[in-house]
Design a protein around this ligand. Structure first.
Ligand code: AKB
Length: 334
């Protein structure tokens, strides 16, 4: 595996092109398909390639380029980047907090070894590289209300440890070799059409589906567990705006982004304004409750607001109204 790490050269990106050529890894998770849709509208369908190790559903396959890519296969990933003249890489492939604790060895492989492959390839090919981080990059000794961009980070999950590692590696390669590394710390992301898949904040998606189907949600967190959350459209917009921001505007390479913070009881109360009969029972599970208790209850995102103009559109009220109507629409169309 060739690497530029020993070289004194810095990364000089190719002359600006009209459109970036984007590769998204882990593209069939909660975020990839939606982000691809937005980028394809702006930059052209053929310029945005989704990739994953799973077979895509027919609507994904027919909506634009999709390729098989395993982030652990360095040579194949390099071939994809070179053959497709990729200039931006969005690295969504990762195991989330709860599944990571259930399979630490696999999480270490995908979240750390996979990231190393992507960092090497981004450096070698002068790519603009986006890697998401998370509220999970903080731990019990971090300031929790609010958590600033720069503070103590001692997470106690393999997910969090791998994300702090990613933040630090990316920033190191930026400062040493000029890698155009960009990282946002996402809150829990809430979407009506895509499932999160193994995180601690997943209840905040499931509660809407349960409210509309059985009217009963059993929550694995305590009713007063407050966590930062965000509507998926804000998350996508933040990602695109951050990727498009001129380098000279970025005083940091890793930013918190915030929209709202709520507890299970607060989101249930807001849902009851539309569905008064929603019943929520609480059965905290020790793994996810311990993880949630170690995470920030609020993010300080003032640097993102100042540097590149971040501002969320959705608060709790708008989120709940949108989720309920989007899930209802989806069900009538199925
Ligand atoms: C998780 O709960 O693991 C993720 C996250 C907050 O990063 N949704």
């Amino acid at each position: 595996q060739s690497s530029r790490w020993n070289s004194q050269e810095t990364c000089s990106p190719p002359p600006p092109r009209d459109n970036p050529r984007v590769l998204i890894t882990g593209g069939l998770g909660q975020l990839g398909v939606g982000l691809a849709q937005i980028l394809r509208k702006q930059y052209g369908t053929e310029n945005v390639i989704l990739s994953d190790i799973k077979k895509p559903p027919p609507h994904v396959f027919s909506s634009g380029p999709f390729v098989y890519a395993d982030v652990l296969d360095y040579k194949h990933l390099r071939e994809l980047i070179v053959n497709n003249r990729i200039t931006w890489l969005v690295h969504y492939s990762a195991l989330l907090s709860a599944v990571g604790e259930a399979n630490v060895a696999l999480a270490r492989k995908i979240n750390i070894t996979g990231l190393h492959n992507v960092l090497d390839l981004a450096l070698e090919n002068c790519l603009r590289l986006f890697v998401p981080s998370t509220i999970g990059a903080f731990g019990p000794s971090s300031p929790r209300d609010p958590a600033p961009d720069l503070c103590v980070q001692r997470p106690r999950t393999i997910y969090g440890v791998s994300k702090v590692h990613g933040e630090l590696m990316g920033e190191y390669l930026h400062h040493k070799y000029g890698l155009d590394f960009r990282c946002l710390r996402y809150p829990g992301v809430i979407s009506a059409t895509t499932q999160p898949g193994g995180g601690t904040t997943d209840y905040a998606v499931q509660i809407f589906h349960d409210a509309l189907s059985t009217g009963h949600h059993e929550c694995y967190l305590r009713p007063d567990t407050r966590l930062p959350m965000m509507h998926i459209s804000d998350c996508h917009r933040a990602t695109v705006e951050f990727m498009q921001a001129p380098e000279c505007q970025l005083s940091l390479r890793t930013y918190n982004i915030a929209a709202m913070s709520f507890t299970p009881e607060e989101v249930a109360q807001e849902i009851r304004k539309h569905l008064p009969h929603l019943k929520v029972t609480y059965n905290p599970d020790s793994v996810r409750q311990t993880i949630a208790d170690s995470w920030p209850v609020r993010f300080d995102d003032s640097n993102a607001r100042r540097d590149w103009g971040w501002s969320p559109a959705f608060g709790l009220e708008e989120l709940v109204a949108d989720m309920l109507s989007a899930i209802r629409n989806k069900r009538t169309n199925e």
